[in-house]
Design a protein around this ligand. Structure first.
Ligand code: C5P
Length: 227
């Protein structure tokens, strides 16, 4: 049973992390959420008030990029993978609407992409990983054996994310969620460096048409066929 790298890319809130988590549990693979890495850096930038001052003066960013440290750890109690940045668990905090509204600005900065690209490629030294994001199949692991590309209607994606915020007790309207997803999709599709793009050799999944169980079964079947 040869372990592989599974790359999952696609639109915001299209179900990438749900599929990735389900796959990682089923196959006993490590799940790496690259969106969470961009979100964590955004959180630090907000805390350092960089959005008020010199965000675009990248020299301010370099010192804290150099020693940045990421870890992904399984959280048994909550049945999920948590991200740690510089040893701090930020899994919940990085899901805020403030981080969501700023992350695509951070993700356009070449120095930041360069740094995260190196770290993400290093995770691949160990096979048996499922990684999700926007540029995994196109840029991080173009050689990966299995590439998935996820999409879905903006309404269904927005409604799902709206329900998520509601469950967390966050007061945010459906319209605001929809605006954020649309904005991020545009920023991610049309940026210069490693934009969101469907890799030619990827398998497309429309998550608004296929249940999460069915998605998992489909991909597991694909893996059986590759092996
Ligand atoms: O996956 P998630 O929606 O949490 O990602 C948040 C943001 O991080 C995306 O909208 C995108 O701007 C950025 N991102 C990226 N490249 C990745 C993963 C995420 O640019 N590989």
């Amino acid at each position: 049973n040869q372990k592989m790298i599974i790359a999952i890319d696609g639109y915001s809130a299209s179900g990438k992390s749900t599929l990735a988590q389900n796959l990682s549990k089923k196959l006993k693979y490590t799940y790496i959420d690259t969106g969470a890495m961009y979100r964590s850096i955004t959180l630090l930038a907000i805390r350092k008030k960089m959005f008020h001052s010199d965000l675009w003066n990248i020299t301010n960013f370099i010192p804290f990029l150099i020693n940045i440290n990421f870890q992904f750890k399984w959280n048994n109690k909550l049945n999920r993978t948590d991200i740690f940045i510089n040893k701090e668990n930020v899994q919940s905090e990085i899901r805020s609407i403030e981080v969501s509204n700023k992350v695509s600005l951070i993700a356009r900065i070449p120095e930041i992409r360069k740094k995260l690209t190196i770290i993400q490629k290093n995770f691949g030294n160990k096979k048996g990983i499922v990684m999700d994001g926007r540029d995994i199949g196109s840029n991080i692991f173009p050689q990966s054996e299995l590439k998935i590309f996820m999409k879905g209607s903006i309404e269904v994606r927005s409604y799902r994310r709206f329900e998520y915020f509601k469950k967390k007790g966050k007061k945010i309207s459906y319209e605001e969620v929809k605006k954020n997803l649309f904005y991020r999709d545009m920023m991610d599709l049309y940026r210069r460096i490693s934009p969101l793009k469907k890799p030619k050799d990827s398998i497309e999944i429309d998550s608004t048409l296929i249940s999460t169980e069915k998605q998992l079964n489909m991909v597991v079947q694909l893996i059986e066929n590759i092996r």
